[in-house]
Design a binder for this molecule. Structure first.
Ligand code: ZN
Length: 479
């Protein structure tokens, strides 16, 4: 059916949660998801806590009614802060800077002084029973094809613990994700229709990914609020992929129309998105009793200096950077990978040292995975080693201390733990000897083309000569 969105009085806005690429927000533990067995587990029970208004929140009461036992799995990469047995440390400055970048890119006004708040969470996903959240910026906007969509608020928040398993009496959480820095972007209800919801989510997603954020499945979570005239708001949670927004919005509108027709009592509620675009009831929508001040932490001050510093280091959007990269001759597939893997910044730094785009892209995009597979190591570990060494290796190349054809071998050695000085040592081979060897190869199989000889040479003289050099000699000898 065709929906007259304006006619039915659609009101819709987004809440987008994005994990930031930094350590935890109120302690120094890494924001690192663990797949191995936990080092310890603890068991707790939580109870609904009265908010500032003195009433138990309706959402909290609903969850507490389930009366569950919570089990938490901890690691050597979690500490007493995650267990709520030590007060929070000072807010993570790096995460704050990333949040400022995002605020500026969303054209928001930064809030100079802000109270860190506790938001009641009673499903056990926070050991303390609350999540810390702090307002960083407000009153911004994004441009879309259907006009500006307002950004009401930008919060810096702690991520929750993640669910490992659940049955009727017990829910098990892993603490690795708890306390990780995250921004929540809340838009105004300016979304005009289902397609517009998708466009807005993609636009905000692009802006978030231009900043220093986590990438991949589960690092961004989107909720959408939907109401039509005569129906209370429904919040639909748990989107990974903006593409299903179109179905979800349309199906939710149809559901609300049916509900109004049925004449039953209507309540605001939180619903979960199914893969087919339909939704299911999760819980009543939380009321205002949910927030109260965090007394263990001082007011957050964001100075003019901090804002200026954030402005100076402001990342740029893909739509701005992409044409420049293309102009520099970088292949499309590399451009795409650079953005997907979040390596545009690294690429830029290295390109500045050596303006050979495709060479640098190949080095930082393809080598790490190859080494990781070959040497049975973690890709992140390999990348960490390489990122500490790329600049030094390229500098040596620029100074002609090493050959381009040796770069991969050198990087491979560094990954294995060989020191830089040792890694750049190669047997020096006399050019005359190499020519002699290549001459023999050509003579042994007459009549082949240059590329065929190239294959033979690279096989026989592996490690002794680079491809470019070999080709020059082959061409010379074939004349
Ligand atoms: Zn910690």
């Amino acid at each position: 059916m065709t929906i007259d969105y304006a006619g039915i009085g659609l009101k819709s806005g987004l809440e987008i949660h994005q994990q930031l690429d930094s350590h935890k927000l109120y302690c120094n533990c890494p924001f690192l998801l663990r797949q191995d067995d936990p080092d310890f587990t603890i068991t707790r029970k939580l109870h609904a806590v009265a908010g500032e208004a003195g009433e138990v929140d309706v959402a909290a009461a609903h969850e507490a009614g389930l009366d569950k036992e919570f089990v938490y799995q901890g690691y050597d990469t979690t500490c007493l802060v995650e267990l709520d047995e030590e007060p929070p440390h000072e807010i993570n400055k790096m995460a704050l800077k990333i949040a400022l970048h995002i605020s500026l890119l969303l054209n928001c006004k930064i809030v100079p002084l802000s109270q860190i708040m506790r938001k009641t969470v009673i499903d056990g996903s926070n050991t303390s029973g609350f999540q810390r959240t702090v307002l960083i910026a407000r009153d911004g906007y994004v441009e879309t094809s259907k006009g500006k969509v307002g950004i009401w608020f930008l919060y810096l928040e702690e991520d929750a613990a993640r669910t490992v398993s659940e049955d009727k009496n017990r829910k098990t959480y892993r603490l690795d994700r708890l306390g990780g820095p995250m921004v929540e972007v809340v838009t105004a209800p300016d979304i005009k229709d289902a397609e517009h919801a998708k466009e807005t989510a993609l636009k905000i997603g692009e802006i978030l990914r231009s900043a220093s954020v986590k990438r991949g499945i589960g690092t961004i979570r989107q909720d959408i609020n939907i109401s039509i005239a005569g129906h209370p708001r429904a919040e639909i949670k748990g989107f990974q992929d903006p593409k299903i927004f179109v179905d979800v919005v349309n199906k939710e509108i149809e559901r609300q129309i049916e509900e109004i027709k049925s004449g039953k009592e209507l309540v605001p509620e939180v619903r979960g998105a199914n893969d087919d675009g339909s939704t299911k009831f999760l819980r009543p929508l939380p009321g205002s009793a949910r927030m109260y001040p965090e007394t263990d932490l001082p007011l957050l001050k964001i100075s003019k200096e901090m804002i200026n510093e954030a402005k100076k280091t402001l990342p740029r959007l893909r739509s701005e950077v992409e044409p420049e990269l293309r102009k520099e001759g970088l292949d499309d597939q590399f451009i795409d990978l650079l953005f997907k893997q979040g390596k545009v910044g690294l690429y830029r730094e290295l390109y500045y040292l050596l303006p050979k785009g495709n060479f640098i892209a190949k080095m930082i995009l393809l080598f790490p995975k190859e080494f990781a597979t070959k040497k049975k190591m973690d890709v992140e570990e390999v990348e960490k080693i390489l990122e500490d060494n790329y600049a030094s290796v390229l500098n040596l190349l620029v100074k002609k201390k090493i050959k381009e054809s040796h770069i991969k071998e050198i990087l491979g050695r560094l990954v294995e733990g060989v020191g830089l000085e040792e890694a750049i040592k190669f047997e020096s081979v006399d050019v005359a000897d190499l020519e002699e060897e290549i001459h023999k190869i050509i003579k042994s199989k007459p009549g082949l083309n240059a590329n065929a000889y190239m294959g033979l040479v690279m096989k026989d003289l592996k490690g002794k000569i680079g491809g470019k050099e070999a080709m020059e000699i082959i061409k010379k000898l074939m004349k």
